[in-house]
Ligand binder design. Structure first.
Ligand SMILES: Cc1ncc(COP(=O)(O)O)c(C=O)c1O
Length: 430
């Protein structure tokens, strides 16, 4: 007798109806992949292993037999990603953005090293901080490098300009001189504006310090040529998630555009860090899906990324005009896929995010500059990649702004939210 899974299937169906047809999802780190991306994930590869690199021309690079078809897929994914980002190196095996960062941290850093990264209250990801892979969870010959312990990583934060939304390049250069780091990390999670990669990378190069750009959030905008291009601005490695603005399966990548000499110096760390450093099997079934999403971005990425940014800016100005304060007004609110909204006067981020979810609008609460208690943040982080993919444009952003404003100020707008969403259920850019 087969096991009863009807209760599981019921929950899946409920999730599908809610998230795909009723709710308006504004989580900046999420997206819905295309039907083709979803379809190809369910394959025989789900149960297979392929450690190492694809075998080629009779050369054995794998530690498993039976890999002839994943070898083809992995080589195609590698080559097509290299082409899309116009770079020289790519590792398509990390299973997520955090896993890509972990690979580099494990392979490149040693106990007692010094790292400069964005602080969490400046929008940095928690994995960059004192409890994350760069600050704490690095093991050196079995010894935990807990902050404060003898071989801990010395973590410093990138200095910001007065508005708190931009890294101060000059002060960063001064900090580099002061603390002589082994690694500088740029990129973050509350990511409104490009980082000053060119200036800082040029200085790092004179000191032979590598610069890692964490492009988890903005990978799709970069693929579409609508944000900064960190690897062509001098970053050593770029890591990223392939399921945020890049609308693929939940995986990660490490990319590089290194000349031969730097490749020898910096790429083996990425390679060793991925395998055997941080993964064994790399969730093979999602790799064909990454290949599909790469082709979609090759064809539609420019158009999609440009519309995402136009939508985020339109949503920022509409909300602000309605009296819901949006951060960074003097800089046009954003140059990316997200905005930051201050809801302190209505009870703060946690309360308002809950209130919006009750109205089928899904957002993150987020700390804003000046906040000190992560459990009581004054902001919301609102992202538009997914709704853009379902066809919303600047006009729809105007309607959405009104519903957000009404929801934040305590009105019940669930029926209007569902009605607006029902008009945008067909996926574009595929
Ligand atoms: C800057 C940054 N890096 C890394 C990650 C982790 O990415 P993943 O969920 O793909 O592991 C995130 C997640 O949102 C992020 O914002």
């Amino acid at each position: 007798m087969t096991v009863d899974i009807s209760d599981i299937e019921r929950i899946l169906a409920q999730e599908e109806t809610w998230r795909q047809t009723q709710a308006i999802n504004l989580i900046a780190s999420e997206n819905t992949p295309s039907d083709a991306v979803r379809r190809v994930q369910n394959s025989d590869f789900m149960g297979r292993y392929a450690e190492g690199h694809p075998n080629e021309n009779g050369h054995v690079n794998r530690y498993y037999q039976g890999t002839q078809y994943i070898d083809q897929i992995e080589s195609m994914a590698h080559n097509e990603i290299v082409e899309l980002f116009r770079v020289k190196q790519a590792d398509v095996r990390p299973i997520s953005g955090n896993a890509a960062n972990t690979a580099l941290a494990l392979a490149y850093l040693r106990g007692g090293d010094t790292v400069i990264a964005n602080s969490t209250d400046a929008g940095g990801h928690i994995s960059h901080g004192s409890v994350g892979v760069f600050g704490r969870r690095i093991q050196n010959r079995g010894q935990s490098l807990k902050m404060g312990s003898k071989n801990a990583i010395n973590l410093h934060h990138l200095p910001l300009t007065e508005d708190h939304y931009h890294v101060d390049a000059q002060k960063t250069i001064e900090l580099i001189d002061q603390v002589s780091p082994q690694l500088v990390i740029m990129g973050k999670s509350l990511f409104l504006f490009p980082e000053p990669v060119s200036e800082v990378a040029a200085y790092c190069k004179t000191k032979q310090i590598p610069l890692l750009y964490d492009g988890a959030h903005v990978l799709g905008l970069i693929a579409g040529g609508q944000f900064q291009d960190p690897l062509h601005e001098g970053a050593t490695w770029m890591t990223g998630s392939t399921h945020k603005t890049f609308p693929g399966p939940q995986r990660g990548v490490i990319l590089g555009n290194l000349d031969l000499e730097d490749e020898k110096k910096y790429w083996p760390a990425a390679d060793r860090g991925v395998f055997p450093g941080s993964s064994s099997n790399h969730h093979l079934n999602t790799l064909p899906a990454l290949l599909v999403a790469t082709r979609e971005m090759q064809q539609y990425g420019r158009e999609y990324a440009a519309q995402i940014i136009r939508n985020a800016q339109a949503l920022g100005s509409s909300l602000d005009n309605l009296g819901t304060p949006v951060e960074a007004r003097e800089f046009g609110y954003t140059r990316s896929h997200m905005i930051a909204v201050n809801v302190a006067q209505w009870g703060g981020g946690v309360e308002i995010a809950k209130q919006l979810e009750a109205n089928d609008i899904i957002v993150n609460y987020n700390m804003l500059p000046g906040d000190s208690d992560p459990r009581n943040p004054s902001g919301l982080r609102i992202g538009v990649p997914e709704m853009t993919r379902f066809g919303m444009d600047e006009r729809a952003m105007g309607e959405l702004a009104q519903l957000l404003h009404d929801g934040i100020t305590g009105k019940n707008v669930k029926a209007q939210v569902n009605a607006l969403r029902a008009r945008y259920v067909e996926m574009k850019y595929v």
